[in-house]
Write a protein that binds this ligand. Structure first.
Ligand code: ADP
Length: 481
């Protein structure tokens, strides 16, 4: 990358970041256009007015010379012949930038000033073009090549006798050039002022919009976990934005209340339903165990009812757990424990329960601070999923290893795997990969969300690596004590 490219890179990045739909861009552009029109208008008006003043001064000058010409000739006529008097007056009135000539009605030059023979008047055929002028009665600016001339032409009468047509021309090129140079620097200065105004306005608007950006950032970071503690504090903001922040804070409090009520409702309902269902399940199980006279259809019906109540009790327990975790009322009993014991215990349980999947556990001793029962619940949940979403005969492996300062428990299966697009969603409550919604896997979609929250409550993390059709690996990471 050469020096120029390196220099232009930040400017290019800034241009790319400009959003034409943003308030900042619209306000800046609007004020800039208004300022440009204002400053441009004033500059144009001033230029026009000054030009008028300058020209009218020069015009008046030529008119004065033309008007007094007749009187002067009359004075000289008393002492000399008319032709000589005419030339005298012409020589007397002529200056370096002024030329005078007189033409007869038949368009012949009767007398002319010496200036017309000067090189500056001869250049670019100025003198010739002036002497050949066809208009006879006018006052105005006459541009020739890059020269500007003010010309006053009109009939000359002496003692009421028409002599011919008198022309007075003044070269104002120098004045005009100086005037244009001044105007050019005025325009440059106006542009510089405009640029400075644009910069100041852009910075000012950016500063004024900062509170809105803060609101936006805050709104983007609001989640269920921080809903109750999030409040906007904008003391320096403009009144309108402060009102918006106030409304936003009130909305957050209302949302937080609604969320708290909903959690309480779920927790109360789960609790109230779980107790009678547990009792019902107990009766169903004891009837199945004790009653020997049941017919086959009756036994089958009772078994289905037992399975359904167990499933519903499980769901209610999950709902209760989730509600307690999210309301912060679930107390974790953290203690230093050896992960080896827990992994071996869970592997043993899984081996016993599941006949079609073999569990292999490679374990070493690793101490962490965790809640024994909740960690067991987490592992059982993961192993249960691994079994549920694998085929008969597939191996589910439980591994315990140490990576730097972390203890990792891995639950690895060779099941059907999870699509990449679902791998973050599965940790949200009630999220199930599409296929499982129609399949009778018996899941509720709450297991992994509880796993995640419990592990995070113990200061750890859950990660998933999965490949569709090849299997999944769920890893629980906990800091080693
Ligand atoms: P569920 O009760 O439906 O199993 P979970 O929260 O435990 O709910 O899991 C959410 C979803 O993640 C499941 O519906 C399933 O599609 C997917 N899933 C979880 N574990 C695995 C796994 N080991 N293999 C494949 N898919 C899995």
């Amino acid at each position: 990358m050469n020096f120029l490219q390196r220099l232009l890179k930040p400017a290019h990045r800034t241009v790319q970041r400009i959003d034409p739909n943003s308030i900042q861009f619209r306000l800046t552009a609007g004020i800039l256009i208004a300022s440009a029109l204002g400053i441009g208008g004033i500059t144009a008006l001033t230029t026009w007015r000054m030009q008028q003043i300058l020209l009218s001064g020069h015009k008046q000058n030529t008119i004065d010379v033309a008007e007094r010409f007749g009187e002067d000739v009359e004075l000289y006529q008393k002492m000399m012949p008319t032709e000589e008097a005419l030339q005298r007056v012409i020589d007397y009135r002529t200056t370096g930038d002024l030329a005078i000539w007189l033409k007869s009605p038949s368009d012949e030059v009767l007398a002319r000033s010496q200036t017309l023979s000067l090189p500056s008047w001869q250049a670019e055929g100025i003198s010739t073009r002036l002497l050949n002028l066809e208009r006879t009665n006018f006052v105005g600016v006459y541009p020739i090549a890059d020269h500007y001339l003010v010309i006053c032409a009109g009939p000359l009468k002496i003692a009421e006798q028409p002599i011919g047509n008198l022309y007075v021309a003044k070269d104002i090129t120098q004045d005009q050039r100086s005037f244009l140079a001044v105007m050019r620097s005025l325009s440059l200065m106006s542009s510089a002022v405009l640029l400075a105004i644009a910069l100041i306005i852009a910075l000012y608007i950016r500063r004024s919009l900062r509170p809105i950006r803060q609101i936006n950032q805050l709104a983007a970071n609001v989640s269920v976990s921080n809903l109750g503690d999030t409040q906007l504090q904008l003391d320096q903001a403009p009144t309108e934005v402060q009102q918006l922040a106030q409304t936003f804070n009130m909305m957050l409090s209302r949302l937080s209340d609604a969320w708290r009520q909903q959690r309480r409702f779920v927790s109360d309902v789960s609790h109230e339903l779980r107790t009678p269902l547990t009792v019902t399940n107990g009766y169903l199980q004891s009837t199945l165990r004790r009653c020997q006279t049941l017919t086959e259809p009756q036994r089958e019906g009772l078994e289905i009812a037992t399975a359904e109540t167990e499933r519903t009790i499980g769901l209610l327990q999950d709902l209760l757990d989730l509600a307690r975790i999210e309301s912060g009322s679930l107390r974790l009993n953290l203690e230093i424990l050896d992960l080896k014991d827990i992994v071996v215990e869970v592997a043993g349980m899984a081996d016993y329960v599941s006949q079609e999947v073999s569990i292999k556990a490679n374990v070493i001793s690793l101490f962490v601070r965790a809640d024994r029962n909740r960690l067991k619940q987490v592992l059982v949940n993961l192993v249960d999923n691994a079994v549920k979403y694998s085929e008969a005969g597939d191996i589910v492996t439980l591994r315990l290893l140490r990576v730097d300062k972390q203890a990792q428990i891995q639950v690895v299966d060779q099941g059907r795997g999870i699509p990449l697009c679902d791998q973050t969603g599965i940790f949200e409550p009630f999220y199930r990969v599409d296929e499982d919604r129609s399949r009778a896997t018996g899941g509720t979609g709450l297991g992994l969300s509880i796993v995640k929250r419990l592990v995070e409550g113990m200061g750890g993390q859950v990660k998933v690596h999965s490949k569709l059709g090849e299997g999944s690996q769920f890893t629980i990471c906990l800091p080693v004590c």
